[in-house]
Design a protein around this ligand. Structure first.
Ligand SMILES: Nc1ncnc2c1ncn2[C@@H]1O[C@H](COP(=O)(O)OP(=O)(O)O)[C@@H](O)[C@H]1O
Ligand SMILES: [Mg+2]
Length: 246
C-alpha cells in the first residue's frame, strides 16, 4: 500500500519538476528573444543616428558654404572677374568632394553593384576582387531575381564578409558560393571554403557576429560550421516574406 503511494508521489513529483523545467525554459527563451529584439532596434537607431550625423554635419554645411561662395563670386564677377573665377573653381572642388561623400553614404545604404549587376553578378564581382587569382571561386545562383531589397542587401553583405574571411584567414584553394531559393521562398546563402577551418577557441569577431545579426534582422538565421572534412561553411537562410518562415 505504502509502496504504491510512494510510487505515485514520485510520479507526481517528476511531473511537477518536468513542467517547472519547461516553464523555466520558455521564460528564458522569451527573455532571450526580447533581448535580441532590443539589440536589433538599438542597432537600427544607431544606424539612423550615424546617417543623420553624416548628412547634417557633413553634407549640410558643405552645401551651405557652396551657396555663400557662389554669392560672393557673383558679387565680384563684374569688378574682379579673376577673383570671381578663382572662387568658382574652389567651389567646384568643394561640390566634387560633397558628391564623393554622398556616393559613400548611398553606397553604405545599398551597394550600387546590386543594381548594376544583380545579386549574383555583384557577389561574383566581390569574390573576384577579394580572392582572384589565388583562390578558385565558383558562384552558383538559382532564381534570385525579384528578391526584396533588404534580403538582397543582407545576402550581399553576408557573402562579402564570409568571402573577406576566406581571403584573410582560410588559406583556401577553392571557395563555392551558392544562392538558391528554398522551399517556401526563403533565400539560402552558402559560402564554403576548403581552408584551415576556424581554430577552436578563436574569438568571434565583429564579422561573425554581424553575419548572425543581419540574418536575424530579417527573421532568418546564419550558422558558421567547420565540418570534419575540413574548411569552413557559412550558411544563412533569409526569409523573403518579412520574417514569417524560420
Ligand atoms: N573562413 C575562415 N577560415 C578560417 N578561419 C576563419 C574563417 N572565418 C573566420 N575565421 C576565424 O574566426 C575569427 C573571427 O572572424 P571575424 O568575426 O570575421 O573577425 P575578423 O575577420 O575581423 O578577425 C577570425 O579571426 C578567424 O580566426
Ligand atoms: Mg571578418
Amino acid at each position: 500500500m505504502d509502496a504504491v503511494r510512494v510510487a505515485r508521489d514520485e510520479r507526481l513529483l517528476a511531473d511537477v519538476v518536468r513542467q517547472a523545467a519547461a516553464a523555466a525554459r520558455a521564460s528564458a527563451l522569451a527573455a532571450e528573444l526580447q533581448h535580441s529584439r532590443e539589440q536589433l532596434v538599438a542597432a537600427r537607431e544607431e544606424e539612423c543616428r550615424r546617417l543623420r550625423r553624416d548628412l547634417h554635419d557633413g553634407l549640410g554645411p558643405a552645401l551651405g558654404a557652396v551657396v555663400l561662395r557662389i554669392d560672393t563670386a557673383r558679387n565680384l564677377a563684374a569688378t574682379r572677374p579673376e577673383e570671381s573665377d578663382r572662387i568658382l573653381r574652389q567651389v567646384r572642388g568643394d561640390v566634387s568632394a560633397a558628391l564623393t561623400d554622398l556616393r559613400r553614404l548611398v553606397h553604405d545604404l545599398r551597394p550600387p553593384a546590386l543594381d548594376d549587376l544583380g545579386l549574383a553578378g555583384a557577389v561574383r564581382q566581390q569574390a573576384e576582387r577579394l580572392l582572384a587569382p589565388r583562390v578558385a571561386v565558383t558562384v552558383e545562383a538559382g532564381d534570385v531575381a525579384d528578391l526584396p531589397a533588404a534580403v538582397e542587401v543582407a545576402a550581399y553583405r553576408i557573402t562579402s564578409e564570409a568571402l573577406a574571411n576566406v581571403a584573410r584567414h582560410a588559406s583556401a584553394s577553392r571557395v563555392r558560393v551558392c544562392l538558391e531559393r528554398e522551399d517556401g521562398g526563403a533565400l539560402g546563402v552558402t559560402v564554403a571554403d576548403d581552408g584551415v577551418g576556424i581554430a577552436p577557441g578563436a574569438p568571434a569577431g565583429v564579422g561573425l557576429v554581424s553575419l548572425r545579426e543581419r540574418a536575424a534582422e530579417l527573421g532568418g538565421r546564419c550558422a558558421v560550421e567547420c565540418p570534419a572534412t575540413g574548411g569552413t561553411v557559412v550558411r544563412a537562410v533569409l526569409p523573403t516574406d518579412g520574417g514569417g518562415t524560420r
